[in-house]
Each structure stands twice: as structure tokens, then as C-alpha cells.
Design a protein around this ligand. Structure first.
Ligand code: ASP
Ligand code: MG
Length: 411
């Protein structure tokens, strides 16, 4: 079988006519080797920001999400045409694929500005329209970031969403590789604009990269990783090389369906150790001092929560005695930490959903049935897309069932 790759060019990599030409040449080189190439593009440079700014001014801030999507879409609609021209001028058969065309593949719901992809319909259209094009030796240039609902309206997938387009195409075209061409060498150990001496990673897993994105890293749209399947290789490379074989950072593994929302009840009882002291939050080094002996004695820490006058450490109950003694030795010799207490027979239920990131009131929604059943929640730890509930061991199964039902209801 011939090699098939999906290449996404980000805004900066298309920031000028010269850059578009450099990008197109890198596509031609692959195409000449007999590789089937599918291109998806962002808007050139900062076009989207500019379009948004203008739209806000002219509408006096009163623009509907539908109208905004229509205007924002012009960035990608233009760059797909520009890129196709660049390819054709280099002798490569290319076709811009636009939401207005019959062959448009990405179908979504009608949630303007944050549309969800209809995977079934999209997969069907990719097979029906894109695949034959690719097999005839044409390079399709697909507007990234955009979708179309079943009524024919243009939608967008959320800012930075052209990454999502790339991985959807990769998944449903069964590509050998998805290449994200951007303005950094790859995924780094920290944001180069904020931290000095950041280093390039050779590889990162899809799940790790999604988590990084959820917590603010700009290198990849987190939702794109939901479409990264293990069978499709992927990497992030810098545009300046003008070379699709640049090394960059590999994205390994993938996210199997169902992993984006989930619920898990840990089947081992958990113990909680709490240290109390009035001035603890104002005193540096307290937490490290207390936790270090635990790590030296191989006690695994499942979670930490910090309050104004106390902090709690969660460990497997088997380790509780040992951990308590170790913590106590520190507390006894410390002026700020006054006393330590512990609780046992707790259970941990972890729920995960992307909805938690953007939906207000999720904790209230999830906990309402538990409150109604008069089950006490000992503690809640939340971390962007995941929430951990601690309940008494004897209530774990009921709490689990109630949470599971609620998770299904909220989708
Ligand atoms: N052009 C869109 C944006 O700026 C989508 C993208 O670049 O991925 O958000
Ligand atoms: Mg981006």
C-alpha cells in the first residue's frame, strides 16, 4: 500500500507568500515520492484574530455565534485556496475543499463556535469524496477548523481547531501519519516564551499531550488527541525546515473511544492523613518536608489537598500506619505543624469528562443525587477534566451507581 499522510500547516507557517510556497514545496517533495498527501490549513498568520476583532467592532459587540463563525471561516477558506494555487503552480494537482463544496467532509452539530464532529457522517463522507480524490493523485487542501451542520451552515470547532481537523482526517483516512507543522521545533519541556532553557522532547503520549493542552499549553488542541488512534503515527515539526521528514516530537499511542468520559471506582480502601497548623499556608517547605519521608519509604501518594489551616494526604490504606508514623515524626519536631490526624476506610471514585472544563456547576450537578441519598462526601479533588470523590468505603457502591447514572444523563 502507498504511504498516506495528513499534513496540517498552522497559521505562522503560512504567514507570508514565501512561507506558503516553502510549505507547498515540502508537500510536492513527498508527493513526488508517490506518497498520498492530504493537506489541511489554518488561516494565514493572525487572520482569525483580525477577523474576530473587526466583527466585534462593526457589530457593536452584538454578533451571534452563527454570524461570527461565518466571518471567522473566511480565514481558512482563503488559505485553502491560496495553498491549492501554490501547489498547482509547482505542478501538483491540488484542489481546495471548502464547506460550500459538495465534497466537504467534516460534518458537525449546530453549536456555533464549538461544534462537535458527527463522526459517523464525517467518516462516510471522507470515504465517499476525499478518498477517490486522493487515489486519483490529487492533493486535497481542506480548510482546517471548519465544519458544516446538516442544514448546510458553516460551523467552527473552537479556536485552534485545525489540529482537530488534522487528526479526524488521519483517523478516517487510515493515514500512516499525521504531521503538524507549526512554529516550534516540537513539544518542549516548557513553554519557550515563558521558561528559559526548555528542551525538545523526542516523544510524548497522546494522553499526556491532551492533558498539557487542557492545562493551557498551546502546542496542540487537546480535543485533537481524542482522534489520535494508535495505528496512526503523528509528529509535530517546525515549518522553517521546509521538510516534512524533519524529526520534531513524535506523538505516541492513542486514545481509545470512551476514554474521554469515564468513571472509575478504585477497589482498594484509602486512608487520609491530615496535618493541622494555623500558619502552614504561609510557611514555605512544609509540604515537601512532610512528604519526602513517605517517598523514601515507597509510600505512594494518591492525592493531596491543601486548605488554609491544614493539608491532607491520601494513601492506600495498607500504607496508612507507616505513613502516619512518618508524618508524625515531622509534625512533632515542627513548630508550625501542630498535630496530625487520620481517617480510614475511604473509597475513591474518579470521573472524567471534557465537559467539566467548560460547563459551570458540574460539581453541584454530579453531587446532587449523592446528597439526596444522604451519602457524605468526605472530600472532592478536582483537576480540570477529572474530579475525584472520596466517600466512606461502605457507601462506595451506591455513590458509584449514582454518579454513573448522572454522568450518563449529562452526557
Ligand atoms: N485559525 C483558527 C484559529 O486561529 C484555527 C487554527 O488556527 O487552528 O483559532
Ligand atoms: Mg494551533
Amino acid at each position: 500500500m502507498r504511504k498516506r499522510i495528513v499534513v496540517k500547516f498552522g497559521g505562522t507557517s503560512l504567514g507570508s507568500g514565501e512561507r506558503v510556497r516553502l510549505a507547498a514545496k515540502s508537500v510536492r517533495r513527498e508527493h513526488e515520492k508517490g506518497t498520498q498527501v492530504i493537506v489541511t490549513v489554518s488561516a494565514m498568520g493572525h487572520t482569525t484574530d483580525e477577523l474576530v476583532a473587526v466583527a466585534k467592532v462593526v457589530s457593536g459587540g452584538k454578533i451571534s455565534p452563527h454570524e461570527m463563525d461565518d466571518i471567522m471561516a473566511m480565514g481558512e477558506r482563503t488559505s485553502a485556496r491560496v495553498f491549492a494555487v501554490a501547489l498547482r503552480s509547482l505542478g501538483v494537482k491540488a484542489k481546495a475543499v471548502d464547506p460550500s463544496s459538495e465534497e466537504w467532509p467534516i460534518i458537525t452539530d449546530s453549536e456555533f463556535s464549538r461544534a462537535k464532529v458527527d463522526q459517523k457522517e464525517t467518516a462516510k463522507r471522507i470515504k465517499k469524496y476525499l478518498l477517490p480524490m486522493v487515489e486519483r493523485g490529487i492533493v486535497p487542501v481542506i480548510c482546517g477548523f471548519l465544519g458544516k451542520d446538516l442544514k448546510g451552515n458553516i460551523t467552527t470547532l473552537g479556536r485552534g481547531g485545525s489540529d482537530i481537523t488534522a487528526f479526524i482526517l488521519g483517523k478516517f483516512l487510515k493515514a500512516s501519519e499525521v504531521i503538524i507543522v507549526t512554529d516550534v521545533e516540537g513539544v518542549m519541556t516548557a513553554d519557550v516564551n515563558e521558561v528559559r532553557g526548555a528542551e525538545l522532547l523526542d516523544s510524548i503520549t497522546a494522553t499526556e499531550l491532551r492533558e498539557l493542552g487542557r492545562f493551557g499549553a498551546k502546542v496542540m488542541h487537546p480535543r485533537a488527541m481524542n482522534y489520535k488512534i494508535p495505528e496512526v503515527d503523528a509528529k509535530v515539526i517546525h515549518f522553517k525546515h521546509g521538510d516534512l521528514s524533519a524529526k520534531g516530537t513524535r506523538i505516541t499511542g492513542g486514545i481509545v473511544e470512551g476514554e474521554t468520559t469515564g468513571i472509575k471506582l478504585h477497589d482498594r480502601p484509602i486512608g487520609m492523613i491530615t496535618v493541622v497548623g494555623e500558619d502552614m499556608q504561609q510557611t514555605p517547605g512544609i509540604l515537601v518536608k512532610t512528604i519526602k519521608p513517605l517517598s523514601e519509604k515507597d509510600v505512594n501518594i494518591l492525592g493531596v489537598s491543601i486548605g488554609p489551616r491544614s493539608f491532607s494526604i491520601y494513601v492506600w490504606q495498607d500504607d496508612l500506619r507507616k505513613a502516619l508514623e512518618l508524618v508524625h515524626m515531622k509534625v512533632k519536631r515542627d513548630e508550625v505543624m501542630k498535630s496530625v490526624t487520620s481517617e480510614k476506610d475511604l473509597a475513591m471514585i474518579v470521573v472524567e469528562s471534557e465537559k467539566f472544563i467548560e460547563t459551570p456547576g458540574m460539581i453541584a450537578t454530579l453531587t446532587a443525587p449523592i446528597a439526596k441519598a444522604k451519602i457524605n462526601i468526605v472530600e472532592i479533588l478536582s483537576s480540570r477534566a477529572s474530579i475525584s470523590f472520596f466517600v466512606d468505603w461502605e457507601n462506595r457502591k451506591r455513590a458509584f451507581m449514582l454518579l454513573k447514572k448522572r454522568m450518563e444523563e449529562v452526557g
